[in-house]
Design a protein around this ligand. Structure first.
Ligand code: SF4
Ligand code: SF4
Length: 478
């Protein structure tokens, strides 16, 4: 091959080419979810839980027990009243026990039935259900709400939206007010509110809790479960192949496809799923259960309820979407076989520990001394030598009456030869009251060598059984 050197050279212009830029957002745009209302067994149970939990929550602060509120965590005087129980900060161990019980119960219920708590009793679920109910009553069900949101603003739309917001805000305010009623006597607070004399901090907490309810149940909804709740993230660690989860029966349902009611699916090579998408429409987190277990699934069973209604309509057996376990699905177990697997070692261990802690707390509460005492050596007053060479130390003792009646207490001391209390050794306390008393303790000069010596104060109730022994130090100067 030859080249002609005299032929003009071809010039290829080089131009700077701007690199193709694509803006990649790290955040998925939020798609508003319009859950369709549903009725069925699981929806019924969710409403039962809504009623039970909310009757307890809104009712308890109004319940009286003798002369006081039945359940009150009175932070101002550091006293916690739970029906007949009067607890002091020193009883913190019971709160710890309660938290351990709550955590273990969560582990246990999750191991047995997955996200039972999320689907039926979590405040986020319960309040979202109530807010959705209000929304449905005012704006209609899913299709009507979607249509209205897409349409232009009209006076009717404005009126409905305003009415819904008004009810949401009123309900949220009432929720915040009730919450604060667990920490401040409810009836007094209601009086103060009506008289326009609510304290600033009470007002703040009513507003704060109310605002949280309004924001979480009215707007955040499934976002809380998907992105804020830590439980969704670690729940999988508590699941095993025998945990009940809401499952789509792929074997039975696929291949999915629409068909007429009279059509024979086997002839069309179709499974039981008619691909109506209702299970997606009712899902409060907007997922498709047919894609398998997803962390967004709160186990509410709404998809199972709606699918059962579809199965009824097309004349197929119920249970295409149902509560089942991975093992049961894989091995085609019957209901009885599945239930039998509930009592597996993991569940038995959780149950035994839980039962042990509950029993320990009950025994401890039943046998606890009905008063508390704190001994503090008065560091402002030095150990001193008084008349006849006696040595005196001064203490402050706080006695807390945890009963609902007047009580008398006697204080004595032991631990050194000739040790005695020279101040008033008895005191009286009104129901649930606490008081600090100064206590002077003296020993004879020959009692012991100089230094710090261990002594014990004995505080006895004169009106009910109970005796406490509190350790302290007695200092003999050189
Ligand atoms: S509701 Fe049932 S039939 Fe309808 S799409 Fe979902 S799984 Fe299929
Ligand atoms: S997939 Fe079903 S059970 Fe899970 S959150 Fe959605 S509706 Fe509830």
């Amino acid at each position: 091959m030859t080249t002609d050197n005299n032929s003009p050279k071809k010039v290829i212009p080089i131009a700077a080419v701007a690199p193709e830029e694509e803006l990649v957002s790290l955040y998925a745009p939020h798609q508003k979810i319009y859950p369709r209302s549903v009725s069925g067994v699981f929806s019924h149970w969710r409403w039962v839980m809504v009623w039970v939990t909310q009757l307890v929550f809104y009712g308890l602060p109004w319940l009286e027990w003798g002369q006081r509120q039945a359940v009150l965590f009175d932070l101002s005087v550091r006293r916690f009243y739970i029906f007949g129980l009067v607890l002091y900060p020193q009883d913190f161990i019971y709160l710890t026990g309660l938290m351990i019980i709550a955590a273990l119960s969560l582990f246990l219920f999750t191991a047995v039935a997955g996200r039972l708590w999320c689907g039926y009793a979590c405040p986020q679920t319960v309040y979202t259900e109530i807010f959705l109910w209000i929304e449905k009553k005012i704006e209609g069900d899913r299709a009507a709400r979607m249509r209205r949101d897409e349409g232009a603003m009209t006076s009717e739309k404005l009126a409905r939206k305003t009415g819904k917001q008004f009810l949401w805000i009123a309900f949220s305010f009432w929720t915040g007010f009730t919450f604060v009623g667990y920490f401040v006597p409810m009836r007094e607070m209601a009086g103060a509110f009506l008289g326009g004399q609510l304290a600033a901090w009470e007002f703040f907490w009513v507003f704060f809790y109310g605002f949280a309810t309004y924001g979480n149940a009215g707007f955040m909804r499934e976002q809380v479960c998907k992105h804020m709740c830590p439980y969704a993230r670690f729940q999988s660690a508590m699941f095993d192949k025998d945990t009940l989860i809401v499952t789509y029966d792929t074997e039975r349902g696929e291949p999915r496809g629409a068909r007429s009611k009279k059509a024979d699916p086997s002839k069309m090579n179709l499974g039981s799923c008619v691909d109506c998408s209702l299970c997606v429409q009712v899902c409060p987190t907007g997922i498709d259960i047919r894609n398998g277990l997803q962390y967004e699934c709160i186990g509410c069973g709404a998809c199972a309820d709606v699918c059962d209604t579809v199965m009824d309509k097309v004349g197929y057996p119920r249970g295409l979407v149902k509560y089942s376990t991975e093992n049961a699905m894989n091995n085609h177990w019957s209901k009885e076989q599945t239930i039998k697997r509930v009592l597996r070692p993991r569940v038995l261990v959780y149950s035994t520990i839980l039962l042990g802690i509950v029993l320990a707390i009950f025994v401890s509460l039943a046998t606890r001394t009905p008063f508390k005492a704190d001994v503090v050596r008065d560091r402002g007053v030095m150990a001193r030598v008084i008349e006849a060479g006696k040595i005196e130390n001064v203490y402050s003792i706080q006695v807390m009456n945890a009963t609902e009646s007047n009580q008398r207490y006697k204080i004595s001391v032991e631990g050194l030869p000739g040790i005695e209390i020279t101040s008033e050794p008895t005191l009286s306390l009104e129901p649930t009251k606490a008081r600090w008393v100064p206590v002077r303790v003296q020993v004879p000069p020959e009692a012991d060598k100089p230094g710090s010596h261990e002594i014990h104060f004995i505080i006895e109730s004169l009106d009910s059984p109970g005796r406490l022994r509190e350790e302290s130090k007695f200092v003999i100067p050189r």
